[in-house]
Structure formats: C-alpha cells, structure tokens
Design a protein around this ligand. Structure first.
Ligand SMILES: *[C@@H]1O[C@H](CO)[C@@H](O)[C@H](O)[C@H]1NC(C)=O
Length: 585
C-alpha cells in the first residue's frame, strides 16, 4: 500500500524539478531508455533489445507512472561520464555480431530507428545508423552503423543545463555483407561546455531544441479567425432565438377572446406541452450518459486548468496521462451523483443497476480497447505494453477508488434528489407526431449539430493531434482552454436551436435527440482522425495503427459523452424556460 501511495503521489507530482548537483569528477549517470522507428511515436522498444553494449546485470531505474505510460524503461548504461571531465574516444565495449544480430540491426536502421538516453532528466536522442541511398535500378542502399557517440554537455556551476549526442565525428561502420562473426568496437567521447543559462531556465533550452521534425507551426491568424466566426455564430443564434421566442410568446399568450378564431391554426410547440416532459425510454442508459459526461466535463476542466497553471512537466506526455487517470478515479463520484440524481428525478427505481451501468459506461470500453492494444504491444515486445505491476496498480485504482466513489456519489445523488417539477402536466395518451421533411430529420440534426461544434475546433484539432500522436509539446494551454469554452458554448447554442426546431415541428422526443445531435461531434472528430492518420502523419505498421485507432475511438466516445451532456442540459434549461413562460388555460 505504501508503494501504491507513493506511485500515486509521484503520478500527480507536479512539475517537480530534480536539482541534482555535481562536483568536478562526480559520476554523471547515463540511462539508456528506448529505441524505435523515427516516424512511429508509439512504437518503442527497450534499448537493450538491440544487440548493443550491455552490462552483465541490467539495472532498471524506478519510474513514475507517467514515465511508464510514456513507454519509458530506463536502465543503467556502461558509459562512464564524470562531471567536467572530457573523454576522447574511450572504448565502451566490443560486440561480436552473428548474422542474426546483423540482420536485426539492418532492419532497425532501415526503419530509421533512433535511440533515447537520459542524462540528468534530459532526454538525448540520435540515430542508430545511417542509410546511404544509391542506384535507381536496381534500387539499393548501403547500411552503416554509428559505432561512436559524442556527448556534448553544457554546465553552469554545479548543474547540468543541456546535453545532446552527435555521431558524425567518426565515420560509421558499414555492415552490408560483412563476414560473420563481425566485430564492432563501440567508442564514445564527452565534451563539456560552460553555459550562462540558469538551471531554472533549462526547460526552455530543451523545448527549443528538438530532435524530431517540427510539425507544429501555430497559425495565429486562423485561430483568431475561427474564434471570430464562432462568436458571430453564437451571437446570431442568440439574437434569432430571442426574436422568434418573443413573437411566439406574443402569439401564444394573447388574450383568449382575441385568440378564439386563431385557435384552429394553433400549432407549433405550444400544443405539445402535454407531451414534452414525458420521460424518454431507456432512462437507465440515458442517466448513465449524463453522469459520465458530467464527470468528463469536470475532468477536462480540471486538467486544462492545472496545465494552464503550469503544473505538469510538459517534456513528458505521460505526466498528463497519469494525472488524467488518477483524476478520473477521483472524479467518479461526480458521475455517480449526476446519474443517480437524474435517475431518481425521472422516476427510476433500480438505482443499483444504474450505478453499475454508470461506472462501466466508460471503464468497460476503455478496458476492452486497452486490452487489445496492450496485447498487441506485448506481442511486439514494445515498451508501450504496460508491465503487470502497472496494470495491477491501475486496476486497484479503479476497484478501490473509482468504483466505490461512484457508489458513494450515487447514494448522495439519490438521497438529495428533488422532484423533477415539470412546468406542464403530462397526459397519459401520447400525441401523434407529424412527419417531417428530410431536413428536419434526426439525421440532418445530427449532421448540423455535430458539424458546427466540430468546425469551431477544427483548426485546433490539428495541434491537439500533433501533440497526442506526434512528439510535439503543446504549451499553449490558455488557447486550448478558450477553445474548450467555445466548444461548449457552441454546443449549447446549437442544441437549443435544434431543440426549438424540433419542438416547433411538434415532435416532443427531444431528450435523446439532444444528446445525439451534439454528441455526433465525436463522429466528425473520428473522420478527422482518419484524415490525419493517412494524410498528415507518417505513422505505419500494425502496432501503431491499432494504437492510434483504438485510442482515437475512445477520445471520440468521450467527446460524444461530454458534448451530449452539455447539449441535453442546455436543451432542458431552454425547454423549461419556454414552457414556464407559457400561459396555460
Ligand atoms: C549539441 O550541443 C552542442 C553544445 O551545446 C552544440 O554546440 C551543438 O550545436 C549541438 N548539436 C546539435 C546537433 O544540436
């Protein structure tokens, strides 16, 4: 339990700065971490899976949950680096390669494998080898292995500020058609540079200097452009709705004498007041969606706020992932509360079943997707597969924190529920629903209701994808927070407008419709993901594809839950408002 708490504490450790200090001649530990194809950010293997110099006993470094989720598996290396002591072509070890090892190496170099080491928390990266293209027909290339690594380290006082590795100092070893066993002597050199940068600022130096291609160029103009459009859109919807409603109220609330001859033509949303508050079928799932959706709204808001306040170490994606997982468990009480509360209001009685549904509505799909992805990753032997300790830790987090909190939230929600208090009485007999033209069908509503919120975030989606699926660091959390606010406002506006149209067409089944019309944004995000995968990224291979589509599917599902919830509650407020202001006979 103690270790469990320690890991949880570490997982939410906020941007902790490890200020290691060194004296001249002190040993500086270099950890080997991972290797993988340059273009597949989520396919990484342990460095020692390659035939390289390795110690007799591999000593692993203990990692935070965030690092484990990020695919890090650090282990001690053979490199001996002393603070401010330069080395020149020191021998690391000699490796005798069999034909098998050589073909392993050749494949890795052809897939543009890079390696990642870590010195004093600073990741340093370089390529394993080098391809030289030659001859068009027949196409051939020469394969070289970098056997010499040159470490450049900058220091200031007793701190390390920056480090990188270069390979070009000594020409590489050709490993095409060589006789086996083939001997390669690995060597390294170390050079120290004096720097004026303060230790506190070293994060900036790391951010500016990227080994991976920069795909992220923030186009401020297009972001501002999309924001202006969205504000205009929201403005129009609000103005039109208030005008239309005003004239509706004026018409419906006329004195009865004047209205007598109009009664015949009395149509629109007024006449369905005896049906509009009829609870929808499938209350159980309905309330579960609202519960989990509310939980994710709280979660997303919390994480964005924390990120904005600079509470995450942005050099590692895993920091946000692990905070997300831990926060998910702790916000489970919200889903239980909202679901049970709504369920009770809507007259549901089997609340135990409702709570179980709520707690598995996201956890179950997540577990299934994760199980598939992790099995494939295990099969490939990549470090993206979570070790069993981490799996047990995450399960324990759900079983001992997430699930109980859902139940506790549910009990409070059920006991504190007040009556639904609909402004109009619901008749037992349902009105017949007139048929509607195609542009008022559920499908059309879903397209409009999904496309508009999607277009509000489409520009930023590119940055978000580049961050999640590339190796970019998204640092503009302020913008992201504004976009998030805009997304929710657009969703609420569109939802109100669509519900109004639906009610005017005398269709009172707005409950489920409001969830789906805005929830369909998730579908659009998924379509965008397809575009991103095939057109904007260089990812390839079964492992990377399964991971990409598995987790993208989950992301879109979360979008559906979140926006569906916002949309329903906005519509509910609106429907209440218009029927409360209606003078009933
Ligand atoms: C590596 O670091 C050294 C020392 O700071 C610097 O001069 C050099 O330009 C860096 N090389 C690369 C490829 O970033």
């Amino acid at each position: 339990m103690a270790t469990f708490l320690k890991v949880v504490a570490l997982a939410v450790t906020l941007n902790f700065v490890n200020s290691a200090t060194y004296k001249e001649g002190d040993e500086v530990l270099l950890y080997v971490n991972k290797v993988g194809p340059y273009f597949n950010p989520h396919e990484t293997y342990h460095y020692y899976q390659l035939p390289v110099c390795r110690p007799k006993q591999i000593e692993h470094k203990s990692l935070t949950l965030g690092e484990v989720l990020d695919g890090d598996r650090m282990a001690k290396s053979l490199y001996e680096i002393k603070f401010r002591k330069e080395e020149d072509k020191k021998v690391l070890c000699k490796v005798h390669y069999s034909e098998n090892d050589l073909s392993l190496l050749r494949n890795a170099i052809e897939d543009l494998y890079y390696f990642e080491f870590v010195i004093d928390e600073i990741p340093i990266r370089g390529f394993i080898g080098h391809l030289e293209e030659g001859g068009f027909l027949p196409h051939s290339h020469k394969i070289y292995l970098w056997a010499h690594l040159h470490f450049n380290i900058e220091y200031n006082g007793d701190h390390i500020i920056y480090a990188n590795v270069t390979t070009k100092e000594i020409s590489p070893v050709s490993i095409d058609s060589v006789p086996t066993p083939f001997e390669v002597a690995f060597t390294y050199s170390v050079k120290w540079y004096q720097s004026n940068m303060k230790f506190e600022d070293r994060g900036k130096r790391l951010r500016d200097n990227s080994f991976f291609p920069k795909t992220l160029e923030i186009h401020w103009l297009s972001i501002i452009n999309s924001m202006v459009l969205v504000f205009l859109l929201i403005g129009f919807v609000v103005i039109i709705m208030t005008r239309v409603l005003k004239s509706d109220f004026a018409r419906y609330n006329l004195d009865d004498e004047e209205n007598d001859d109009l009664d015949q033509e009395d149509n629109g949303w007024k006449i369905i007041h005896t049906d509009v508050f009829r609870f929808p079928p499938g209350k159980n799932v309905f309330c579960a969606i609202l519960g989990v959706g509310s939980q994710f709204l709280a979660l997303a808001t919390g994480i964005l706020l924390m990120a904005m306040l600079g509470m995450f170490n942005v050099h590692r994606h895993g920091a946000i992932n692990s905070a997300g997982i831990v926060l998910y468990a702790f916000t489970s009480c919200i889903s239980g509360y909202v679901a049970a509360n709504m369920f009770k209001k809507m007259g549901g009685d089997n609340w135990v079943w409702n709570i179980n549904l709520t707690s598995s509505l996201f956890a179950l799909p997540f577990f299934l997707v994760w199980a598939i992805v992790n099995s494939v990753a295990w099969g490939y032997g990549t470090t993206q597969a979570l070790p069993w300790q981490t799996v047990i830790l995450l399960m324990a987090l759900w079983v001992f924190v997430g699930y109980p909190l859902t139940v506790i939230g549910g009990i409070f929600g059920k006991n504190w529920a007040v009556s639904f208090d609909a402004p109009c009485r619901t008749k037992n007999i349902q009105r017949e629903i007139p048929s509607v033209p195609w542009y008022r069908s559920a499908f059309a509503h879903c397209v409009v209701g999904g496309f508009l919120p999607f277009s509000a975030i489409s520009v930023e989606l590119y940055y978000i994808f580049a961050t999640l699926w590339g190796r970019e660091q998204y640092t503009l959390f302020g913008i992201l927070f504004i976009v998030y606010g805009i997304l929710l406002s657009v969703t609420a506006c569109i939802s109100v407008a669509l519900t109004y149209f639906q009610l005017s067409a005398e269709d009172y089944r707005w409950w489920w419709r409001s969830i789906f019309s805005a929830g369909s944004t998730g579908m659009f995000v998924f379509l965008y993901a397809l575009f991103y995968y095939f057109k904007r990224s260089n990812m390839s291979g079964a492992l990377q594809s399964i991971e990409f589509f598995g987790y993208t599917f989950l992301t879109c599902y979360v979008f559906f839950l979140m926006l569906g919830t916002v949309s329903f509650f906005a519509s509910l407020k609106f429907v209440r408002y218009i029927y409360v202001n209606l003078k009933m006979d």
